[in-house]
Ligand binder design. Structure first.
Ligand code: SF4
Length: 177
């Protein structure tokens, strides 16, 4: 099976990419994150994620930075808390594009690391992802990024590789972080 792994950033994806690469899975990493602002921050995360993939010899694909469309889709929801409806729309937009890209380019499935961070509601990510999977007619693979030592490995790799590790998700500074 050849699959696409939607990644939001290097710190969330490092342990997953390391494991998938070590297991010799056939996958590419997709960077489609028009939710990240400002543009300089987007570039920083993009470059860090690209360099991480080079380290593990994993194919890396960047798609368009259509932040205007992201803003239009989430208009009016700016003040909702993280894990709320704005995040469902944000996950849906990015996953829908990932499935579209996967279908158009011969991938058999999509996976993501959008729910790896402890700030995220993994059930929310999985629910939206499976809705998009049904819509696209391709499976969504739930890849473990938290349990079984994955969080610990993630923290280790962030330190070991000196990864740029931002303190907010993407669209605005995190409150009480
Ligand atoms: S907090 Fe993160 S997931 Fe939620 S809307 Fe903003 S960028 Fe998207």
């Amino acid at each position: 099976m050849r699959f696409l792994l939607l990644s939001c950033c290097a710190p969330c994806s490092c342990a997953v990419i390391e494991k998938l690469a070590a297991e010799k899975n056939n996958f590419s990493v997709l960077f489609y994150n028009p939710n990240i602002r400002p543009l300089a921050e987007y570039q920083k995360r993009l470059n860090e994620n690209k360099a991480l993939c080079q380290r593990y010899n994993v194919d890396f694909i960047e798609l368009e930075y259509d932040n205007d469309r992201w803003c239009a889709l989430t208009k009016g929801l700016e003040d909702l808390p993280e894990r709320g409806e704005r995040c469902s729309i944000c996950f849906g937009m990015r996953l829908r594009r990932a499935f579209e890209y996967a279908k158009a380019n011969g991938f058999d499935a999509v996976a993501s690391v959008l729910g790896v961070s402890r700030y995220k509601d993994l059930n929310q990510v999985n629910r939206v992802a499976h809705e998009e999977a049904v819509r696209a007619g391709l499976p969504y693979l739930e890849i473990e990024g938290r349990k079984g030592g994955m969080q610990e490995r993630r923290q280790q790799l962030i330190k070991e590789l000196n990864l740029y590790n931002q303190d907010y998700c993407g669209c605005k500074p995190r409150e009480n972080s």
